[in-house]
Design a protein. Structure first.
Length: 75
């Protein structure tokens, strides 16, 4: 992991601190998480932030083996 120094406004730091506490993350984790969502939102303007969060959560579930293949013939 590369470390960089970033200058941020006080209000942004306060908002990230609040998000970190709500999400049970440390400050760096909250910053990485919000940056990831923000970059994905820029790349995919047709998706809502909630849809992006749901996709990221589904990806983790899939990688952890918590989901099975959906057979559309069952419907």
């Amino acid at each position: 992991m590369i470390r960089k120094t970033v200058a941020m406004d006080d209000y942004l730091i306060r908002d990230l601190d609040i998000l970190a506490k709500k999400e049970h993350r440390d400050f760096s984790g909250a910053l990485r998480y919000t940056l990831r969502i923000g970059l994905l939102a820029i790349e995919n303007p047709e998706l809502t932030v909630q849809e992006i969060k749901d996709i990221l959560e589904a990806k983790v579930d899939y990688e952890m083996g918590n989901v099975s293949t959906l057979d559309l013939n069952d419907f």
